[in-house]
Design a protein around this ligand. Structure first.
Ligand code: PNS
Length: 186
């Protein structure tokens, strides 16, 4: 059997502990794993491409057969250009399956030689998604344990006003929090 080079494509906006878990699993079974960050043109991402590249490079520095790159256009064309013969995707729950199946079959139609391999992240991350992490963080909520510390720090820096407001509400220092206290007294 030939050693296999795989591409793990995604938006990684931001990278979560689930992504990292999958990268670590993939790095164990593939000779080389390229994490390809989609340069989103339609969506406006929370983190710039440069920020996502930097975060993922830091997070995977200990994995010698993992490389972080950016791509745009068709994923199958990018996979071919880097000689990847396999695409790695994560499936957390049954709800992921339909979308992933559709995407895998479309990619197979576009490039029949490229195989998609699905892996499951640890069950403790089965509910973690970048979208929900963004939603919680945008409301100043805690994301500890859902994302690596460097990502948590970046979210705090980016969403500083939301976190300040959330913390002040918790401490009863925000205008809304005072209002609640006054109402409760009467
Ligand atoms: O992290 P995501 O958003 O689930 O990743 C989706 C991604 C980047 C893998 C997918 O949107 C993709 O491959 N986009 C590149 C354009 C493309 O090839 N589209 C056809 C997919 S069938």
């Amino acid at each position: 059997m030939k050693p296999v080079s795989a591409l793990y494509p995604g938006s990684f906006d931001p990278p979560t502990n689930g992504h990292l878990d999958l990268i670590e699993r993939g790095a164990k079974i593939f000779e080389e794993l390229v994490v390809g960050i989609l340069r989103n043109t339609e969506k406006s991402p929370m983190f710039s491409l440069a920020e996502r590249l930097e975060m993922l490079k830091t997070l995977t520095a200990h994995l010698k057969n993992v490389r972080i790159e950016a791509f745009h256009g068709l994923m199958v064309e990018y996979a071919k250009s880097i000689d990847a013969t396999c695409v790695l995707r994560g499936i957390r729950a049954v709800s992921d399956y339909e979308y992933e199946l559709q995407m895998a079959l479309m990619n197979r139609k576009l490039e029949p030689t490229l195989e998609t391999v699905f892996m499951m992240p640890a069950d403790k991350y089965s509910y973690v998604s970048s979208r929900l992490v963004r939603e919680v963080a945008q409301a100043g909520g805690p994301v500890k344990g859902l994302v690596p510390e460097v990502v948590e720090q970046k979210l705090r820096e980016k969403l500083e006003p939301a976190y300040r407001f959330h913390d002040e509400m918790q401490e009863g220092r925000a205008p809304g929090a005072k209002e609640k206290k006054r109402k409760r007294k009467s």
